[in-house]
Each structure stands twice: as C-alpha cells, then as structure tokens.
Design a protein around this ligand. Structure first.
Ligand code: GCU
Length: 393
C-alpha cells in the first residue's frame, strides 16, 4: 500500500513536471505551421489569396480544433436601454443596456455596463471589457473603483467605457457552463467542434457589437475589445472572427490565447484541458501532450485579426502565461500584416520590462509584476488606440 502511494505520488510529480516547464533551455525544438502556406501547400503572396483562401482556412482550423463553431443565427435581438445616473462629478453618464437574444423559445440576457463621457463630441470611440472577474470590478455607480476597469481614466481620455460579464453567456464552471448561450444552441453540445465557454464569451462580445451599431453616441467603427487572461483568449477569438472590432487587446492571455503552444512553456494544452474542460471543444483534447500535431499555432490566431491592430501583454512574474511565447506569436504574425503593407515596429527580441512598444499594428509590453490587468496596462491601451484612431492628445 505504501509503495503504491509512493508510486502514485511519483506519477503525479512527473506529470506536473512535464506539464510546466519554466526553463528556457528546455523548450523543445519546434517548427511553426506556415501562416502563409495553404493546406494545399500553395504560397500566399497577396492580400487577396490571404483573404479568400488562407484566412478562411485558418479560421476553420481554429473553429474545428480549438474554440468551436460560432453560430450567428438567432430569432431576434432586443435592446432595453435606460438612462442612468450621472457619475464622476458629471464627467460621465451611465446608460443601462440589457441585450436580450432569442432563439427557439430560449433567451440570453447580457447586462452591458456603459459609461459615456459628457461634454465630448459624439459619436465616441469605446473600450469594452470582457469581464472574467467579479461584477464589482465594473461598478457603474463608481462607488467601487477597480484598476481592472479604470473607468475614470478611459472617460477622461474621451472614450466611452463598457463591460459585460462572462457569466451572462456561459458560467465559468465545468458543470454549469451550458447554462447560457448554449441553451440557444443545444446542438453545439453534441458536436466535437461545438461551441464551449470561451466561444460563448466571444459570441457575447459580438452581440455587444450588434448593440454598438445601434447607439448613435458610439462610433461603432472604433470599438476596442479588451480581455484579460481567460477573457483575453476570448477577446482574441472574438476579434479574429468579427471584423467589426477595430482593435484587439489580449492581456496576459497565455496558453490558447496569445502564447505559442509549441514552446510548451508554462501552462500546456493537457493542463488547460484538464483544469478547464469546458473552455474548448472536444477535438482540442486530442492535442493533450501533442502540441506539434496541431494544424495551427497561436500566431495564426493573431494573424486572423490583420490588418487590424493587436496589443498583447504579459507580466514579469507571470511565467505561466509564457511572455516570450506571446512576443514570438506577434512576431510570427508580422508577415500577414506585411501583406497589407503594415509595418510592425516590434524589435527582434522581447523588450525590457515596462518598455512598451505601442506605435505599431502589433504592440507589446511586459509589465513589472503579477498576472493582472492594471492601470499601467490600460494607460498603454489608450495610447495605442489614440495612435491608431489618430486621436491627438
Ligand atoms: C488559469 C489558467 C489560465 C488563465 C488564467 C486566468 O491560470 O490556467 O489559462 O488564463 O487562469 O484566466 O486568470
């Protein structure tokens, strides 16, 4: 019995050791799938072939193997809008928006928190956060203020600021995640390439985008979607599919977010699929411990957003999310931006801590500190949006 327990402990330890490598010298050699070569092995040399052949092909590979399908049909959508209070000593106004989506007698309700700057010419650009933390982080009354959503800073920069909570779409729980969008699309649950929680959150971001298209105070051509960590995996997937998002921010999104899987550094696919079996589709489980068998890697997800700007970040103490692998993902997407004549300003090697590279379609920083979304990060996102939207400050 004692020996058996020892053996079990050893197996667990070995599995853990294999699941997390933090040693750069132990990163295995790998070859990334060529983002500019079709599955028929044709070289992609023009924007046209990228748009018509390779981009749809890559999108489908992500859908089938990782994030699942994103159903776009529903019976109806309704927005219940009411004017809320004036907040921030009159600098902003709360607009309460309830987005209700109906399909086959079922309904999903998204509670969109929206604050609009006062005394600013309309329509205004907007930042929308996919909130994966507590709802108190996005308190519209501003009684509670959190760095995770520093609304004052965003408003004072002339932007509207919005947020919705992931639980409105799919509770972040392996037993209850289907209690939301998936009630509208139960057929997805039966499909190996069906939608799961991260896909449902991205779907929610697109419904918020639907709403922005109807609000004349919002400039729907200037919507920045922001997500942190698991929310950052969703912001990237949302922007990859829905080209109405003008800019994508993916903060500390790590494994199956902005970081390359093949480096097997920090969190690995086997681990994410075990701890969070409800995030990705059934097919993704086939790649547990088989990163090299994947027909894609995460640089290709970033490439799907091209030519729209992407800002990815890391934190110095967050090795779990593989900072170097995130930077390399951006680097390996550069060729696709090149097809659109967009020049990235990223250096060959990752920049130092707190040395952001912002004036570039592919932007990056590594912040000093822990895994988090902070005022420092947001400050840089605002500069990034100002730069791309040509807003001079
Ligand atoms: C876990 C998970 C990560 C995820 C993170 C988060 O650490 O392993 O993949 O990004 O939670 O959402 O904060």
């Amino acid at each position: 019995m004692k020996n058996l327990l020892l053996l079990l402990a050893l197996v667990v330890l070995l599995t853990e050791a294999r699941a997390q490598n933090y040693d750069e010298s132990k990163v295995p050699p790998y070859t990334l799938p060529d983002v500019l070569k079709t599955t028929g092995r044709k070289k992609v040399k023009s924007e046209k072939t990228w748009e018509n052949v390779r981009r749809p092909e890559i999108r489908k590979l992500f859908e089938d193997n990782i994030y699942g399908q994103t159903p776009t049909r529903y019976d109806s959508i309704r927005y219940v809008v009411s004017e809320g209070q004036s907040v921030m000593e009159g600098r902003a106004k709360h607009r309460e928006v309830l987005i209700e989506v109906f399909r086959q007698g079922k309904q999903v309700k998204i509670d969109l928190v929206l604050l609009l700057p006062s005394n600013v010419e309309r329509p205004v650009p907007v930042f929308v956060l996919i909130n994966n933390r507590g709802k108190e982080n996005t308190d519209p009354s501003r009684k509670i203020k959190s760095e995770f959503w520093p609304a004052e800073m965003v408003i004072d920069s002339g932007y509207a600021v919005a947020a919705f909570h992931v639980s409105d779409l799919a509770p972040d729980n392996k037993d209850t995640y289907s209690n939301g969008v998936l009630q509208l699309y139960p057929e997805q649950l039966a499909a190996d390439n069906g939608m799961r929680a991260i896909g449902a959150w991205a779907w929610g971001a697109s419904r918020v985008m639907d709403y922005f298209g109807t609000d004349t105070d919002i400039d729907a051509k200037k919507v920045v979607v922001v997500g942190h960590s698991r929310g950052g995996k969703a912001s990237l997937w949302a922007a990859a599919q829905d080209r109405r998002f003008a800019i994508c921010v993916t903060n500390c999104s790590g494994n199956t977010g902005a970081a390359l899987a093949r480096r097997q550094f920090g969190e690995r696919i086997s681990r994410i699929n075990t701890t969070f079996p409800h995030w990705f589709n059934n097919n993704y489980k086939k790649y547990n411990d088989r990163e090299n068998a994947l027909p894609v890697d995460q640089h290709m997800l970033i490439a799907l957003v091209a030519p729209r700007p992407v800002y990815a970040t890391n934190a110095s103490k967050d090795l779990w999310a593989d900072p170097k692998g995130t930077f390399l993902s951006l680097k390996n997407a550069e060729r696709v931006y090149g097809l659109y004549e967009m020049r990235s300003a990223l250096p060959a090697d990752p920049p130092g801590i707190n040395e952001p590279i912002i004036r570039s379609p592919l932007a990056y920083h590594i912040r000093e500190g822990e895994h988090n979304l902070t005022a420092y990060d947001w400050g840089n996102f605002i500069h990034f949006a100002n730069y791309h939207f040509k807003i001079s400050k």
